[in-house]
Design a protein around this ligand. Structure first.
Ligand code: DX5
Ligand code: ZN
Length: 221
């Protein structure tokens, strides 16, 4: 099976000691960092924007992915690329012309990801599946950290894995939301390779490094 790649979501980090937390997560084996951008419109919560991406760019050399939970993300793709995001993820539900958004991200020289909410079927990506570098399957409704993993999304991960094996095997399958010690293995077995985790990494009592390590072990079983 593919290696387990943990992507800590800094939404759950302590921002006052962010550099320390990032370094600890890296020492624990984090693959990359996940930055949740929320606008209070597409999702009922506001998080952070460009300054945090820029700060993260100074804090780590690992890949940064920006998960844009914002209305009409096309307006800001250039700015997120400029701020230092290597992979830019737009929501299928937030854009009108998904193909245009994906091409735009690629023209910026960045990897293009598309996220789907729990209630959005995998088949809505059928026509553009060869064009994307990553599909992010939301395993909670976007907007907040610390929510409970929605079990029916496992079916979607399996369906996506099959689709990608047939048509775009290089494309990454990432899951996001409620990834904990007791949920990660099922998502891994269903076909995910990249696991976003906020609470399970940054609220681990032994620190973010231990949080990352214990998730990798739990996935491998
Ligand atoms: C939810 C975000 C997630 C969130 C995950 O809208 O996209 O990335 O930070 O947090 P946990 O791991 O706590 O569910
Ligand atoms: Zn996210």
């Amino acid at each position: 099976m593919d290696p387990v790649q943990i992507c800590p979501s800094i939404l759950a980090a302590d921002f006052l000691v962010l550099r320390d937390q990032v370094q600890a997560a890296e020492s624990g084996g984090a693959a990359r960092f996940h930055i949740d951008v929320m606008d209070g419109m597409f999702v009922p919560n506001i998080s952070f924007g460009f300054p945090l991406v820029q700060a993260m760019r100074r804090a780590t050399t690992l890949l940064l992915e920006a998960h844009l939970m914002i209305v009409d993300p096309d307006r800001y793709l250039d700015d997120f690329a400029q701020a230092g995001a290597d992979l830019i993820i737009v929501h299928q539900e937030a854009v009108v012309h998904l193909d245009r958004s994906i091409q735009h991200i690629k023209q910026l020289g960045r990897k293009a990801g598309v996220a789907i909410c729990p209630a959005t079927p995998v088949h809505t990506l059928n026509e553009i599946i060869e064009e994307v570098d990553q599909v992010l399957v939301m395993t909670v409704n976007p907007g907040f950290g610390g929510q409970t993993f929605i079990d029916y999304t496992l079916r979607k991960i399996r369906e996506l894995r099959e689709l990608l094996d047939a048509r775009n095997p290089q494309c990454e399958v990432e899951v996001d939301g409620g990834i904990e010690l007791h949920t990660i293995r099922a998502a891994y077995q269903a076909g995910a390779q990249f696991f976003v985790a906020g609470t399970a990494v940054f609220h681990n009592v032994a620190g973010p490094g231990a949080g990352v390590q214990s998730l990798i072990e739990a996935a491998q079983g």
